[in-house]
Design a protein. Structure first.
Length: 691
């Protein structure tokens, strides 16, 4: 016997069981089954809305979706959005693009989490209006159609506000009486009637997307920042003593003068004595050896204490406030691990893994051994207390005014911990920025970004060939990855001294810096090692620095000949002045037949930047850049001006192909600002570039 609508296990029950999304409120299945519109392939959305996308306050969130229904009726759709915690939704009408793809946008005005979803319906009134237009164009009798329209309008009266209902009643009467047919038709097709009917929409059979997606809205520095890493103990101008916070304060004009807006310091906490490492990670340590800052904790304190050799909490606060006066924020390192002397290791041995002999297991990454460091056991039976304690570390430094954290090795801690701790912190203080130092497998790096990290270290340091850079950047700038993963490019770190920097000389440092600072809006350098072009490795084949600051105090001569400070200062000034370099999204690579030259452009409105870099650190390279003129609003038949922002030289170019030549011993790159409109005064009488 066939199932019937009214039977207990009838057709409608089967449809309902298959179609009803599990996370929707319970609805009348008779209503749900008559929702004809389909909403799918919504973007942006990370893992179908499991994780939020990321944006910066003031940047639009462009929402797209495939929206369609059976038959030929007209569809209307709206984007709904609100800040999380609000009860009312704001609305934006969606517009049909092509192939049933609809689009709308909203611009979050404040930090925190925002929500968005979609609603769409078969629009009976809009369908009637459009059909009426077609019949009028075909010169058909529309008197019956006008009466049908009157009934549709009358049906909306009960849903309209009192003023709107009065106007709708007038329209309905006009459509029925048809006293002046041309006037009646004009009123039937009027924008006023359409607006009134839109405000009285019947949503009984509207389809609402089954998820409320979210976007984390950060402050500007999450999307555009320049980081400078410095060991405070190496900031002393006096070779006879290590540096302090006061010495870092004296170094602020140097850092800020180069244009950096984030000063990142490795851990500033007390350093353990047990198994302390000596120079170059030696297991032999002398009394004067300072140890690794990442071996956190001693009898003086742990993660919320300050190494007394650097100064006091008052000295730290003085440094933080002085940095802000220079336009620089202090970023602190959060390394969730301890030395054997940390109070945690003594008071909470249950938070660590133990060896068969009962001793706590030190950190290992075979064959490397870190006898001076204990990793936490996030799977311990007392995991909840451990998580709460580690969250309190963040909270302590937030209470001290810190809003940027570089997190050490987050990929060695559970994803669930990071999702919980970051989301709970940002719910209370949405301005906090987290940088994930996770040089690990791509999927792990991406999951950390999904869990809430604002920025992420990348593989940039090891992407050297033209094809590698193009392929990697295309991956980073393509959704869905670009919706949640913000790259931060570092050409060097205290752990990473690449072959390029070891053997490429000054041109390699210049080229890698220019690539990092112009490809990514977030970048950083480990200095002064970078600007002074430190390039000696611990041993052949190693990426470790010889005499690394991780294990000893260094004294740097900032006035040493060859300091890259002028170039760094110039590049940061260019970044600050040009919006095109402040976002990663609008990046395009351009063909140039020489594999040693890479060319790419970025555009933001009228600001158009073209960068060409010589990847060969030894020889002059040249080629013809293939420019898509339409991208730059250039008339094919007219010359246009390009200004090299590095040298302030001006060139007159013409057409799609233009010649470039770069000598790495002079400068390995051009950073061109393209001016599409030719000004005759910018050229000499022979049409040769000046400057």
């Amino acid at each position: 016997m066939p199932a019937t609508i009214g039977s207990q296990h009838g057709l409608l029950d089967v449809i309902w069981g298959v179609m009803m999304p599990s996370n929707l409120d319970q609805l009348d299945p008779r209503t749900y089954a008559r929702r004809r519109v389909v909403i799918e392939s919504v973007s942006p959305g990370v893992d179908f809305g499991r994780f939020p996308v990321k944006r910066v306050a003031g940047d639009p969130v462009i929402v797209q979706a495939d929206i369609f229904a059976d038959g030929h009726d007209e569809i209307s759709a709206r984007l709904l959005y609100r800040q999380k915690g609000q009860t009312e939704w704001a609305e934006a009408p969606m517009a049909l693009d092509v192939n049933d793809r609809w689009q709308a946008s909203f611009t979050p005005a404040s930090l925190g989490r925002w929500q968005y979803t979609l609603v769409a319906w078969v629009d009976q009134f809009l369908t009637w209006q459009h059909d009426l237009e077609k019949r009028i164009d075909a010169e058909q009798d529309v008197s019956i159609d006008l009466e049908i329209g009157a009934a549709i309008v009358e049906e909306a009266l009960s849903r309209a506000s009192k003023p709107d209902a009065e106007r709708l009643a007038d329209f309905a009467q006009s459509l029925r009486e048809q006293v002046d047919l041309p006037l009646t038709i004009h009123r039937a097709l009027s924008a006023e009637l359409r607006l009134l009917m839109e405000r009285a929409t019947d949503f009984d059979f509207a389809t609402r997307y089954e998820r409320e997606l979210e976007v984390v809205v950060d402050r500007e520095r999450a999307a555009f920042s320049s980081w400078y890493e410095m060991f405070p103990r190496s900031a002393s101008p006096d070779p006879s003593r290590p540096g302090t916070f006061r010495d870092v304060e004296a170094r602020l004009p140097y850092v800020a003068g180069m244009g950096f807006n984030v000063l990142y310091m490795p851990p500033i906490h007390p350093i353990g004595v047990t198994n302390r490492k000596g120079p170059n990670n030696s297991v032999i340590c002398h009394a004067e050896d300072p140890g690794s800052p990442w071996a956190i904790g001693s009898g003086v304190g742990g993660h919320i204490a300050i190494n007394p050799e650097l100064g006091s909490l008052e000295d730290f606060q003085r440094l933080r406030l002085a940095a802000l006066e220079h336009g620089v924020e202090i970023a602190l390192d959060i390394a969730f691990q301890t030395s054997p002397d940390h109070p945690y290791a003594i008071e909470h041995p249950e938070w660590f893994r133990h060896r068969p002999d009962g001793s706590i297991q030190y950190a290992e990454n075979p064959p490397k051994k870190y006898q001076d460091i204990y990793p936490f056991d996030f799977m311990s039976d007392d995991w909840s207390s451990l998580w709460d304690e580690l969250r309190s570390v963040f909270q302590y430094w937030i209470d001290q005014g810190i809003r940027i954290f570089r997190v050490d090795n987050p990929h060695t801690k559970p994803f669930a911990f990071w999702e919980w701790v970051i989301n709970s912190i940002k719910a209370e203080e949405p301005s906090v920025i987290f940088l994930a130092e996770a040089f690990t497998r791509p999927k792990v790096m991406q999951r950390l970004a999904k869990c809430g990290f604002s920025q992420s270290y990348t593989y940039f340091a090891w992407r050297n060939a033209k094809w590698e850079l193009e392929q990697y950047l295309e991956e980073l700038t393509t959704p869905p990855l670009s919706d949640y993963f913000r790259p931060n490019f570092w050409p060097n770190t205290p752990d990473i001294l690449t072959d390029q920097l070891q053997f490429g000389g000054r041109p390699a440092f210049e080229a890698r810096f220019i690539l990092a600072a112009t490809l990514s809006p977030n970048y950083g350098i480990y200095g002064p090692a970078f600007e002074l072009q430190e390039h000696q490795a611990l041993r052949p084949g190693s990426e470790e620095y010889l005499n690394s600051e991780k294990y000893q105090v260094r004294h740097w001569d900032l006035n040493r000949q060859g300091n890259l400070r002028p170039l760094i200062t110039r590049i940061n000034a260019i970044r600050q002045a040009h919006p095109a370099l402040q976002r990663i999204g609008d990046l395009q690579f351009h063909h140039i037949e020489n594999e040693q030259l890479i060319a790419y452009s970025k555009r933001e409105g009228d600001d158009m930047i073209l960068v060409v870099v010589n990847l060969d650190h030894n020889y002059i390279q040249s080629g013809w850049v293939d420019l898509p003129l339409e991208r730059f609003d250039i008339d094919e038949g007219r010359p246009f001006l390009v200004n090299d922002l590095l040298t302030n030289a001006h060139y007159q170019w013409r057409g799609q192909y233009n010649y470039v030549e770069l000598n790495p011993e002079v400068l390995p790159a051009h950073i061109f600002q393209i001016q599409a409109t030719r000004r005759s005064s910018d050229f000499d009488v022979d049409g040769i570039g000046i400057g």
